[in-house]
Ligand binder design. Structure first.
Ligand code: SAM
Length: 214
């Protein structure tokens, strides 16, 4: 074990609030600031799984923006050739696919029941969500816009939608009852405890400690 009991308890408490059936898919959000802000909001709302497609070559996570939150959200890249398989398997697992789309046939984002197993799809800064993924959407949603600009920044839009999901889930008491089983919590805790994440943190604090006492 690389962590103290106190820290382990803190992680367990966090995992008890994680909403394993509220997931996010980032369809080629390409600006690391945006992607990192999305990760940070996901952590705040209790999202455990964030999937993403990314074709850029830059590092997609900016740690100055995530402020460490990326360590507590499981983020997995889905390769292009696995997109279809990914969404078909999510549907099979019982997830509704809710994709953002600035089109006229989209419904108001608050008209969706986010207490159901849901995967929310947000899209590229210029191109939006790809047709390929819109094809799998059970619902298309829009945040009403009353200004001059046609759309919101993608990380802002994600925050607005995720906090509506959080509001609905809070109302239903879904943060009071863990969605992860004890076994799942134990496995994630084990993984997070031994991952470089925590070892790095320990190393950093050890370095600080040594520096102080130098
Ligand atoms: C800047 S927008 C993309 C605009 C693009 N021209 C389009 O038509 O989709 C980037 C992403 O932010 C999210 N977004 C921005 N404004 C939104 C809104 N009003 N409703 C829903 N999603 C929005 C969506 O995920 C969108 O794919």
């Amino acid at each position: 074990m690389f962590i103290t009991e106190k820290r382990a308890q803190k992680i367990i408490n966090l995992l008890k609030k994680r909403q394993k059936d509220l997931q996010l898919f980032s369809d080629n959000v390409s600006n690391p600031h945006n992607f990192s802000a999305i990760l940070r909001t996901s952590d705040a709302v209790g999202v455990l799984y964030l999937y993403y497609r990314y074709s850029g070559s830059d590092k997609i996570i900016n740690e100055d923006i995530t402020m460490g939150s990326h360590k507590w959200v499981i983020h997995q890249k889905v390769p292009d050739e696995k997109i279809e398989e990914f969404f078909l398997s999510k549907k099979k697992e019982g997830f509704q696919i809710v994709a953002t789309s600035l089109s006229e046939d989209s419904v108001h984002f608050r008209k969706v029941d986010y207490t159901k197993p849901t995967i929310i799809v947000v899209g590229h800064e210029l191109k939006g969500v790809s047709e390929e993924i819109l094809h799998f959407a059970d619902k298309k949603i829009i945040i009403p816009m009353y200004g001059m600009a046609q759309s919101l920044n993608v990380s802002v839009a994600t925050g607005v939608i995720l906090y509506e999901a959080q509001r609905q889930r809070e109302e239903k008491g879904m943060y009071e009852k863990p969605s992860l089983s004890e076994e799942e919590i134990e496995n994630i805790l084990k993984e997070w405890s031994t991952e470089n994440v925590i070892r790095d943190k320990m190393k950093k604090s050890a370095v600080k400690h040594f520096l102080k006492n130098d």
